[in-house]
Design a protein around this ligand. Structure first.
Ligand code: ACO
Length: 326
């Protein structure tokens, strides 16, 4: 059976570090509040001249190098992002040009924080149908440019980064074993950016109203996120006939340490099998799962044959889980 297999990972975060102590000088917050409520200690933020594709290209080069695949050999590029460089063209096309991936075609995928996991499922469809053989899947975000730095409810959470994987077809037991994706549009107001699109196009009024920033009902999201991530993970494990105890690594979306721990507890996954880096990077939305996956892989926490469960939840609402045999 042909499966989509990840053969290389890469990640990139901007050099600029913003600590909780830096944020104490900007909004009414404290390191103590942020650490106990979220697990975040510091995050990475771009310089003004950096856009999402600049982070994506670095992560992609590292993933291609790890895979031993040349950019010229790629046939599909998917960039999961809610912060594209611009409306038109897609960030996938900008990335294609930066990489010199002349044979590829590509598009952006917006499923907020679930974008990378959604992307894995999309790539799997192309691979199994024979429509692609060398795929670059990227999760990249510059959330610092759509965050309201005067709103303590959101500015302490979101940050910038990119992660990428190269995926090829493989006939055998390794690769994507199963995945399930969900969405519930009824909940779209729980996290959204009202302005800048066709609903509220840019105007002096929209700028004055601060409509071009992320708005979030964190408390409501928190409750839904844990239930949703647990449910979809359980279904994927059942589909694949795998018990949670058999997992080698759980790589969840890094939105909040308490969400990660509560989800893992419900799934009976012990702490030592959970990959966490939210303390260093905050919530990087679509970049968070591939960033964590790349770190785990480079630390040799993922070995050939290991069972790795990825699980994400985000705006839309969207959520999904994917199980891979490495
Ligand atoms: N510093 C100090 N106090 C703060 C801060 C801050 N940075 N932010 C909020 N507070 C205050 C609130 O104003 C509130 O004060 P009040 O009681 O006087 O009104 C109090 O802290 C408690 O607020 P809660 O919202 O109840 O805090 P909670 O424990 O729920 O933590 C948090 C908030 C961290 C946002 C949490 O709810 C969370 O992580 N939610 C999930 C977010 C998520 O999953 N996002 C994923 C989707 S994002 C995407 O897709 C782009």
């Amino acid at each position: 059976m042909v499966r989509a297999r990840i053969v290389g990972t890469g990640a990139y975060v901007p050099e600029r570090v913003i600590t909780n102590y830096d944020l104490e000088k900007m909004v009414s917050t404290s390191d103590e509040w942020i650490v106990t409520r979220t697990g975040i200690r510091e995050r990475r933020v771009v310089f003004p001249d950096q856009a999402t594709s600049d982070l994506a290209v670095e992560a992609s080069r590292r993933a291609l190098e790890a895979a031993g695949v040349g950019a010229a050999d790629l046939d599909l590029i998917i960039v999961a992002t809610l912060t594209p460089d611009m409306w038109v063209p897609s960030t996938a096309c900008v990335l294609q040009a930066k990489l010199g991936a002349k044979k590829a075609w590509g598009f952006d995928l917006n499923a907020a924080c679930s974008g990378f996991v959604y992307g894995l499922w999309v790539v799997d469809q192309f691979i199994r149908a024979g429509g692609a053989r060398r795929v670059l899947l990227v999760g990249a975000e510059v959330l610092s440019k759509i965050v309201d730095w005067e709103d303590r409810n959101t500015c302490v959470l979101f940050a910038d980064g990119a992660g990428a994987v190269v995926i090829v077809p493989e006939d055998g037991e390794r690769g994507l074993l199963g995945a399930r994706m969900r969405s519930d549009g009824e909940g779209w107001r729980m996290v959204y950016m009202p302005g800048g699109g066709t609903a509220i196009p840019p105007s002096h009024e929209s700028l004055d109203g601060r409509y071009h920033y992320l708005k979030m009902n964190g408390n409501e999201l928190f409750k839904v996120a844990v239930r949703a991530m647990e449910e979809v993970a359980r279904v994927v494990l059942a589909d694949c006939g795998i018990r949670a105890e058999e997992l080698d690594l759980f790589v969840p979306h890094q939105a909040n340490l308490r969400i990660i721990q509560a989800t893992a507890k419900r799934l009976n996954i012990p702490d030592e099998k959970i990959y966490v880096n939210i303390d260093r990077y905050g919530n990087t939305s679509a970049a968070s799962v591939p960033l964590a996956l790349d770190e785990a892989h480079r630390q040799a926490l993922v070995r050939p044959g290991d069972l790795v469960l990825m699980d994400a939840f985000g705006g839309g609402l969207t959520w999904g889980a994917a199980l891979v045999r490495w």
